[in-house]
Design a protein around this ligand. Structure first.
Ligand SMILES: Cc1cc2nc3c(=O)[nH]c(=O)nc-3n(C[C@H](O)[C@H](O)[C@H](O)COP(=O)(O)O)c2cc1C
Length: 372
């Protein structure tokens, strides 16, 4: 990790972030496609421990530290990502039709003072048919998810057409993935707007999704509302659909600007949504609030947003997340961060006398929960 931060990162940060993203994926594709490449990554970064093993939603996870959507949008390098030790890998977000994403460049901005990234990609991807072909022959030891999103056409689409698209994409995705993640944030409007903030629309989506996913596994990715009554109505909308196994969040904290060190003049030259540690407080607040309200016998939470260390991951787990995901930490700390978080988790569990991650989930959740 120090080699990355001292040598590699300064070099990579001299180039355009989107170019570096493509370059790193290409390197991952090459390393992951040959056995010696995978073995080298594994010996550098691999780490396993019995206390990290988790079983949920009918899947076995060697560890709870995952990669969320957005790094490998097209399924280019899943073997390398598995070799560096992620316990789950989300490919995507992928839409039914291919999309070039937002036309305006640049679309990625670094905020080194905040260890952050501003993202304005607009979900460019090769489309589900192409990505599914790429994944079809893959045999991974790690559970693989496909994150699905509506196609970015530049103009908002009607709820009905978004639902139809997501169902059609899931039909293809099901054949090549262990679970699907429905990315409910609309790429055509930004700022976290979603048709599916409306519980009636969410219910309609899940109703339609039943056709494909009745026996499947689906996780929802949403920008979490804070109003407890609205959370309960959304959970009620999910309740009749047992194929929904969990919820992950996409954070757009209202007080973000007050947490950033990057000067406003610099930020005014950027666009998009922020990823980085400044989102972590909001992530933890969402986990705390939702864990008290979900039906724990059937839903899990995925902690994502600003997790950079084992301590961060552990806090999210103790608040109620069964799995965590890290992305921006990979950019700022390098691939070694995955092993570092896992080693740290093992240490923290042992310190607290807990035998497994599952035992730690929710131990810090305040008393009281919604009854089901
Ligand atoms: C460059 C970039 C691209 C992303 N693209 C997607 C995407 O296509 N779909 C999605 O659901 N999330 C996407 N995300 C959001 C991440 O999945 C994650 O929620 C976010 O980065 C917060 O986690 P982090 O603080 O560990 O980075 C993207 C994030 C980044 C940095």
């Amino acid at each position: 990790m120090h080699v990355y931060q001292r040598l590699l990162r300064p070099l990579l940060f001299r180039f355009d972030p989107e170019y570096v993203h493509r370059l790193v994926l290409r390197a991952g594709q090459m390393a992951g496609s040959i056995a010696p490449g995978r073995a080298a990554l594994q010996s550098l970064h691999g780490y396993e421990h019995a206390s990290l093993r988790t079983q949920l939603a009918g899947l076995n996870f060697a560890n709870p530290v995952g990669l969320p959507a957005g790094f490998d949008k097209n399924g280019i390098a899943p073997q390398a990502l598995a070799a560096i030790g992620f316990g789950l890998i989300d490919i995507g977000s992928v839409s039914l039709l291919p999309s070039a994403g937002n036309p305006l460049r640049p679309r990625l901005f670094r905020l080194p003072a905040d260890d952050g990234i501003m993202v304005y990609y607009g979900v460019p991807n090769d489309g589900i048919e192409c990505v599914a072909r790429r994944l079809a022959t893959l045999r991974l030891q790690v559970p693989l998810g496909l994150s699905l999103v509506e196609t970015n056409t530049g103009v908002p689409a009607s709820v009905d057409s978004v639902i139809a698209e997501l169902v059609a994409a899931a039909r293809v995705a099901r054949k090549v993935s262990d679970y699907r993640v429905l990315n409910l944030n609309c790429p055509n409007s930004g700022g976290g707007f979603s048709h599916f903030d409306d519980p009636a629309h969410l219910r309609a989506l899940l109703q339609a999704m039943q056709e494909v996913e009745r026996e499947g596994r689906v996780f929802l990715r949403m920008s979490p509302p804070r109003d407890p009554a609205l959370i309960d109505t959304l959970l009620d909308a999910i309740d009749p659909f047992p194929f929904v196994k969990g919820i992950g969040f996409y954070m757009f904290p209202a007080d973000l600007a007050t947490r950033l060190k990057t000067p406003l003049v610099a930020r005014e030259r950027m666009r998009g949504s922020f990823s980085g540690p400044a989102n972590r407080v909001a992530t933890e607040e969402a986990i705390r609030q939702w864990y008290a309200r979900i039906d724990r016998s059937r839903l899990v939470l995925i902690g994502v947003g600003g997790i950079f260390s084992a301590e961060d991951a552990y806090r999210s787990i103790r608040l109620g997340a069964s799995l965590v995901q890290v992305y921006t930490a990979l950019i700022y700390r390098g691939p070694g961060v995955v092993g570092e978080i896992k080693r740290g988790l093992v240490r923290l569990l042992a310190r607290d006398g807990l035998a497994s991650v599952a035992e730690a989930v929710g131990v810090d959740c305040p008393q009281g929960r919604r009854e089901y």
